[in-house]
Design a binder for this molecule. Structure first.
Ligand code: UDP
Ligand code: MG
Length: 138
């Protein structure tokens, strides 16, 4: 069990000015910031980040959407970080997300669903390294 997970506040949530509200929920749930940046993905970078979904029907739209505006990328620390963060964000489809979860409160749709959260310790490590050098992690 690792104590790190990776998240992004996605373009829809940045556009709607939800950064502060989402970060407050993350901090209130006991996560600490290990690394953080405000940036925008190129199409190429978004395509690489979501390469595991290349064969899925929504891949093209996902890449377009994730490169459409700035995002907040962060690495978070907490015991049981990956699983606890997935619980905090809720189901991929906000209509199926539990009450009180970030996606239930802030997401627009299954595509524009406000936040990303790693799905395994291995992917959390890969995703954190995709965005942050060792000099940017504290
Ligand atoms: N997605 C989508 N349509 C779908 C499923 C997923 O547009 O039917 C998007 C959505 O933004 C989601 C991302 O693709 O967050 C990655 O999908 P995944 O199944 O990994 O969901 P997550 O792990 O983000 O809950
Ligand atoms: Mg996923």
């Amino acid at each position: 069990m690792s104590n790190l997970t990776f998240t992004m506040i996605k373009p829809d949530a940045v556009e709607k000015n939800y950064i502060g509200g989402i970060l407050k929920m993350i901090n209130d749930a006991g996560f600490r910031i290990h690394a953080m940046k405000f940036t925008q993905l190129s199409k190429e970078a978004a395509g690489k980040f979501y390469e595991v979904h290349k064969e899925r029907p929504f891949y093209g739209e996902l890449v377009d959407y994730m490169s459409s505006g700035p995002i907040v990328a962060a690495v978070l620390i907490k015991e049981n970080a990956v699983a606890d963060f997935r619980t905090l964000i809720g189901a991929t489809d906000p209509t199926k997300a539990a009450e009180g979860t970030i996606r239930k409160i802030y997401a627009q749709s299954i595509a524009a669903n406000a936040v990303h959260g790693s799905d395994s310790d291995e992917n959390a490590g890969i995703e954190a390294s995709f965005f942050f050098s060792s000099l940017e992690r504290f």
